[in-house]
Ligand binder design. Structure first.
Ligand code: NDP
Length: 493
């Protein structure tokens, strides 16, 4: 049975600083568990103040020389890192599956792949970071992009190496040094990324990993020598990070939670709309920030949509995430599974109609895994908890609508604004509706695809700033304006 396989993926030490593994066992013990068996697969220690200082000093020592290099040289190293990520894809996929419980069917094709795409994209961008020439008659001005300095990233547990890469690749391309704190739940793959960057030729001290709980994140946020903080996490943590960064007036990027609307109009292609709803709710066992968990379905297509949704959901293969046939693994932790189950209970109690799933599952041979059925509620009303709060689990809510105007207002009646999707064959309507929706990232006739060339991020309480694409450069560099006088100084004194 697969659960008898040795799962140990113990790194040689907890932290990676200045190009080498570093240990300090005085820090808080953190156990990483495999979600399918609840076995401890690795132990690391949270960073002590000494470790944090070591990382900050290493970053300081390395950053200026890195920033002074031509962009093409920085980019060449990032491109090499992209290649190495692809070479080590299967090993990283296994680590991500063991650390998160996500199915190998996903981690083999998404996690290191997305990380590699980021390093490739920003590797190319690095050589193109030029400023402007602004003619001012006889005189002129120039602008240039300068690095921010030392940037820190704090990650969530759902896409560990992807989150680290989405932050580190643009930061390094712009000439910054970077310190990353992974989620305590998933400490492992950021260390592999650090090894890869060293092997790719990144000078020591430019990409450092420090482990830890929220207190380590808070220390990085408050650190006076760190110039920028980028968090992927929940809204309450985002608010704490923003408040913590205020003291030192750090730049902040926040990629937070969501409760995104997915609107299916009567004229939508039925199979594509069902595919979008499945991808936008059950991928990564529903643990995706941009998920379209409020599925608004127009009355004319509701019956057919619900029927196909149920048929296709019934075929989802839940099970051992290391088995490549498995389509859905367990939730990342017992805590996260229990949160999802508590929302399912609330949905039932508040009068939503449970039409699929709704239960924890005991898998044979993986009895201690945190499995849960893909779950669908129908007749969900806007005021219900499952329609208002982020669940971060495989729970899809169907809400009915008739009128376009009405669905737009209801979709926007939400504190979050991360993402939104529309399925319709009427392209004018698609753009009209998307134009009205309060969301940072939108899809027409697809859902949850995030190519590196497209900016990603939220509005309202889903955060600020953008990751990916050229937009990320704005968040990891600052513009210096240089006025050049070609004539005499006109002083009235
Ligand atoms: P949390 O907000 O609980 O944690 C995020 C990170 O912040 C963790 O590394 C955590 O450390 C750290 N942290 C906790 N407290 C503090 C603090 N006071 N100061 C600084 N850092 C702190 O989120 P989860 O890890 O549970 O991730 C799930 C959330 O992330 C969901 O809300 C989801 O929507 C959001 N998310 C957003 C994405 C986006 O791009 N918009 C993508 C993925 C997830 P520790 O783990 O040790 O507690």
């Amino acid at each position: 049975m697969s659960h008898q396989k040795p799962y140990k993926v113990q790194p040689s030490a907890s932290h990676y600083i200045n190009g080498a593994y570093v240990e300090d066992t005085a820090g808080t013990l953190i156990e990483s568990r495999y979600a399918a068996t609840n076995e401890v697969i690795a132990k690391v220690y949270g960073a002590t103040p000494n470790i944090i200082e070591h990382a900050v000093k290493a970053a300081q020592n390395a950053q200026k020389e890195w920033a002074a290099r031509p962009g093409i040289e920085r980019g060449r190293i990032l491109l090499r890192a992209a290649e190495l990520l692809r070479q080590r894809n299967d090993e990283i996929a296994r680590i991500e599956t063991l650390d998160t419980g996500k199915a190998m069917q996903e981690t083999l094709y998404v996690d290191a792949v997305s990380a590699a795409d980021n390093f490739e994209y920003f590797g190319h961008i690095a050589a193109t970071l030029t400023g402007e020439h602004i003619p001012l008659g006889e005189s002129f001005a120039l602008t240039k992009h300068e690095p921010v300095g030392i940037c820190a990233g704090i990650g969530a547990w759902n896409y560990p190496i992807q989150v680290a890469s989405w932050k580190a690749a643009p930061a390094l391309a712009c000439g910054n040094a970077f310190i990353f704190k992974p989620s305590e739940v998933t400490p492992l793959s950021a260390l592999v990324l650090a090894e890869i960057l060293t092997e790719a030729g990144l000078p020591d001290g430019l990409f450092n990993v420090v482990q830890g709980l929220g207190d380590v994140g808070a220390s990085l946020t408050a650190h006076p020598e760190i110039d920028k903080i980028s968090l992927t996490g929940s809204v309450p943590t985002g608010a704490r990070v923003m408040a913590g960064a205020a003291e030192s007036l750090k730049l902040v990027t926040l990629e937070l939670g969501g409760k995104s609307p997915l609107i299916i109009f009567d004229d939508a292609d039925l199979e594509n709309a069902v595919s979008g709803a499945l991808l936008g709710n059950f991928y990564s066992t529903g643990q995706v920030c941009s998920n379209g968990t409020r599925v608004f379905v127009q009355s004319g297509i509701k019956e057919a949509f619900t029927k196909r949704l149920l048929e296709r959901t019934a075929k989802i293969k839940l099970g051992d995430p290391l088995d490549e046939e498995t389509q859905m693994g367990p939730m990342v932790s017992a805590k996260q599974r229990d949160i999802a189950l508590s929302y399912i209970e609330k949905g039932k109690a508040e009068g939503a109609e449970l039409i699929f799933g709704g239960n924890a599952v005991t898998m044979q041979g993986l009895e201690n895994g945190h499995f849960i059925e893909p779950t669908i509620f129908a007749n969900v009303k806007d005021h219900m908890s499952i329609a208002r709060e982020e669940i971060f689990g495989p729970v899809l809510s169907i809400l009915d609508f008739d009128e376009e105007k009405d669905v737009i207002a209801r979709a926007n009646d939400c504190e979050f604004g991360l993402a939104a999707g529309v399925f319709t064959r009427d392209i004018a309507r698609a753009h009209r509706v998307i134009g009205e929706l309060q969301a940072g990232t939108c899809w027409i006739n697809n859902y949850n695809i995030t190519p590196v060339g497209v900016p990603f991020g939220g509005v309202k309480r889903s955060g600020m700033g953008r990751e990916n694409a050229k937009a990320a450069i704005e968040h990891y560099s600052q513009i210096k304006s240089i006025y050049v006088e070609m004539g005499d100084v006109d002083a009235p004194y």
